[in-house]
Design a protein around this ligand. Structure first.
Ligand code: FES
Length: 87
């Protein structure tokens, strides 16, 4: 599938070059393909395509942060007093 209309880079070439040079930066990969970005419209998609593990790590980190936030919530003394009064 063509990813970059300006240069005609397709997803297979982009992935293969990224693997070859060890980079997930679309600008670096495009330059290595001898076709640096021109309009830049494809860069977000290319970046997402090259960094699926980064997205997974971000989702895991966000989930971990929310679990930590919930675990750190302390009961309020006023609420405990009200609960005791209602019991
Ligand atoms: S579509 Fe890729 S630089 Fe324009």
């Amino acid at each position: 599938m063509i990813v970059c209309l300006c240069n005609g880079h397709n997803d297979r070439d982009i992935r293969a070059k990224a693997e070859e040079i060890g980079s997930t930066c679309p600008v670096t990969v495009y330059s290595a393909l001898q076709g640096p970005p021109r309009c830049g419209r494809c860069l977000d998609y290319a970046g997402q395509m090259l960094c699926p593990m980064d997205r997974e790590r971000s989702a895991e980190a966000a989930a971990s942060d929310s679990r930590t936030a919930v675990a750190s919530v302390q009961p309020m003394p006023v609420a405990d007093a009200r609960r005791a009064a209602l019991a």
